[in-house]
Structures are given as structure tokens and as C-alpha cells.
Write a protein that binds this ligand. Structure first.
Ligand code: SAM
Ligand code: SF4
Length: 356
């Protein structure tokens, strides 16, 4: 029995050194095929959509890698109003997406909490109780998480970014706390969300052992959804300025992102795994490759064209000039091209969560 067979046969049975061995598996195609067969068995050849609404790019944080960090003075800041967010959610609902993700920079405080709460109630009022709403609005206090859950959000994405607190400290200002992020993930669980987290792969100073530990972290925190992607430098950030970025480096970063998806699928089996847009920034077919490496969720952008260019986390964001209708047609064709079908009009909850 090879290590691939062992991983495919039983979930969460790998030791740290075995996860690291899989990440470095010499034949990437063999690795991806093994992960794909686990995905086929556990979730089918079906892709669930979440329409991504980039609600605003104002942020109180200053993560050293992110293009919309508060210290980047070259960003034109915007905040959608409630009507705009609700309109885009309704567009996604009518397009058959089954769910949306509301994402923005991190904003704290009561006024923002109330604003989101009202948006959630309106989205539920017009798109119905079964329409899925995932939030990706950063760290908040438990009371805010609870209010948003009660107002109708049922999934929350908060990447830990790296499971290594020392590496985290090198990527963030001193007042950004890894421990607080972890506590937020646990608070989200207590509030009854389907909890998603993830990491960036290819961070400066990150080792294969770090990435193996990330996958162990996904298991030990018993996450329902994994949203991870390759790290892509942004030239207007402390971490990305002046970084060499050749086609060769891009191809390696893409492969690393795909390997993380594959090994996560092989270790965890039944979670939802997103093929991140960052994969598509590295290769026009990056998301399809993500599906073939074991991902089962795609987040097509439904943000109004007028705002897309102002929400650039990294260099080379795709589909900046395309309207949502065009994106829908394009992504459906791409999914069919790899022999998968879209889970239209369904929330696409994580099978792991359904078994709870
Ligand atoms: N502000 C919220 C937060 O940080 O959780 C949600 C929005 S934030 C932009 C979403 C994710 O973007 C982060 O968790 C981070 O992993 C990712 N991101 C930021 N800069 C990136 C970069 N340069 N390359 C790849 N991903 C990046
Ligand atoms: Fe803000 Fe999120 Fe970017 Fe950090 S990653 S600067 S919290 S938007």
C-alpha cells in the first residue's frame, strides 16, 4: 500500500512526516489524481458557487502582504451601501449561485456591526432562508459574531494565514495577534457557524514543515471549509515591494497551491475546499486545475465592475473589467471543460458539517 492509498483509505490518519512527504510527492499528477478520486467519492464531481461581493476596501489592519492594508496610500477607498450589497446578492441569487460571500477589510465597532446585521436581514428577506451567506469580515468580538449569525449568516471564513505563530509575527505588525485570530475561530464555532479557515502558500520563510503543520491545524480545529491560496506579492506592500516575480516563480507558486489543495483533500476527505481566485491570477486555468487537484468550491466575483480594480489584494487580479454576467458564462464553460457540473441553486454546505 502506498502512502497515497493510505491517505485515500482513511481520513485524518496521516502523521506530520507523511503529510510533508505527500506535499513533496515526486509525481504531482499522481498526487492530484489521488486527491481527485477522494473528492469524487466524498463530494462528487460537482462544484458549488459562492458569489463574491467585495463590500469595501477600508481596513483597520496593516497586514504586510495585503494590497488594501491601511498603510497603502495608493488605494482609492470605497464602501458599498446596503442597497448595493443587497442588489448584488439578489443578482447572485437569480443567477442560481445558491450563496454569496460578503468580504471586506476589517472594520470594528457597533455601527458597522449594525450595518452588516441589517444587510443580512435584507438579503434573507429577499433571497429566502435557504440562500447561503458566508461572511469574511475579519476578526470581531463574539457578540458581533453572534448577532450576525442570528441575522442569517451561517458560514464564516477567517484565514489563520499560517499556523506558525512565529511566521505570523513576521508577516504582521506587532499589534496583530495570531492568538486572537485562533480565539475568533473558536468563538465562531461556539456561535454555530460552519467555520472556514486557511493559509497562504509560498510565504517568505515558510517551510514544507510549516505547510504540513497547517494541514494538521485544519484537522485539529475540525474546520468545515478550507479557503487557501498561493501568496502573490503586491508591489505596494512591505512584503511584496521589489520582489522578483518571474514566470518560473509563478508556475512553482501555482503548483504549491495545488499541492496544498490535494494534500488537504487527502488528509481531511469531506470538507469544502475552495479553488481560490489567486490560482487564476497565476494561470488562466488555475481554478480548473484547483478542481482537478481536489477543490469543490469556486467564488465567482459578482462585485460591480466599478469597484473591482480598487480591491486588489495582490498583483494580477483576474476579471477586472468583466461584468458578472460574463463571469457566469465563462466559469460555467470552464467547469464543463473539466467534466464537472455546477451545483446550481444550492447552498453547497460542507459534507463534514452535515455529519456533525
Ligand atoms: N479582511 C478580512 C481578513 O483578513 O480576514 C477578509 C478580507 S482579506 C483581503 C482575505 C484574504 O486575502 C486574507 O485572509 C489573505 O489570506 C488574502 N490575501 C491578502 N493579501 C494577499 C496576497 N498578497 N496574496 C494572496 N492572498 C492574499
Ligand atoms: Fe485588512 Fe484582511 Fe488585508 Fe489584513 S488581509 S490588511 S485584515 S483586508
Amino acid at each position: 500500500m502506498t502512502l497515497l492509498d493510505k491517505a485515500a483509505a482513511q481520513p485524518r490518519a496521516l502523521e506530520h512526516r507523511e503529510i510533508a512527504e505527500l506535499l513533496a510527492w515526486p509525481d504531482a499528477r499522481e498526487l492530484f489524481a489521488a486527491a481527485y478520486s477522494v473528492k469524487e467519492r466524498e463530494v462528487g464531481r460537482v462544484v458549488s458557487f459562492r458569489g463574491l461581493i467585495e463590500c469595501g476596501n477600508a481596513c483597520e489592519k496593516d497586514c504586510l502582504y495585503c494590497g488594501i492594508r491601511k498603510g497603502n496610500g495608493n488605494v482609492r477607498r470605497y464602501s458599498m451601501d446596503a442597497d448595493e450589497i443587497v442588489r448584488e446578492a439578489e443578482w447572485a441569487f437569480k443567477a442560481g449561485y445558491g450563496s454569496v460571500v460578503l468580504q471586506s477589510g476589517e472594520i470594528s465597532g457597533g455601527a458597522h456591526a449594525t450595518f452588516i446585521e441589517e444587510v443580512l436581514r435584507r438579503v434573507h428577506g429577499s433571497c429566502g432562508e435557504d440562500f447561503g451567506v458566508t461572511l469574511s469580515l475579519g476578526e470581531q468580538d463574539e457578540e458581533t459574531f453572534r448577532r450576525w449569525r442570528e441575522a442569517g449568516a451561517h458560514r464564516y471564513l477567517l484565514r489563520i494565514e499560517t499556523s506558525n505563530p512565529m511566521l505570523y509575527a513576521r508577516l504582521h505588525p506587532a499589534d496583530h495577534s495570531w492568538q486572537r485570530r485562533l480565539e475568533c475561530l473558536r468563538a465562531l464555532r461556539r456561535c454555530g457557524y460552519q467555520v472556514g479557515s486557511g493559509v497562504m502558500a509560498g510565504l517568505p520563510g515558510q517551510t514544507t514543515d510549516d505547510l504540513a503543520a497547517d494541514i494538521e491545524f485544519f484537522a485539529s480545529e475540525d474546520l468545515d471549509m478550507i479557503g487557501m491560496g498561493p501568496y502573490i506579492p503586491h508591489p505596494d506592500t512591505p512584503l511584496g515591494a521589489g520582489v522578483e516575480w518571474t514566470n518560473e516563480i509563478k508556475a512553482k507558486r501555482l503548483e504549491l497551491g495545488l499541492r496544498m489543495i490535494a494534500v488537504t483533500r487527502l488528509h481531511l476527505h469531506d470538507v469544502n475546499i475552495a479553488a481560490a481566485t489567486a490560482l487564476q491570477a497565476l494561470d488562466p486555468e488555475g481554478r480548473e486545475k484547483g478542481l482537478l487537484a481536489g477543490a469543490n468550491v469556486i467564488m465567482p466575483n459578482v462585485t460591480d465592475k466599478a469597484y473591482r480594480a480598487d480591491y486588489q489584494l495582490y498583483a494580477g487580479k483576474p476579471c477586472l473589467g468583466e461584468d458578472s454576467e460574463l463571469c457566469r458564462g465563462c466559469i460555467e464553460r470552464r467547469i464543463a471543460s473539466v467534466g464537472e457540473t455546477v451545483n446550481w441553486n444550492a447552498r453547497g454546505d460542507s459534507p463534514h458539517w452535515r455529519k456533525r
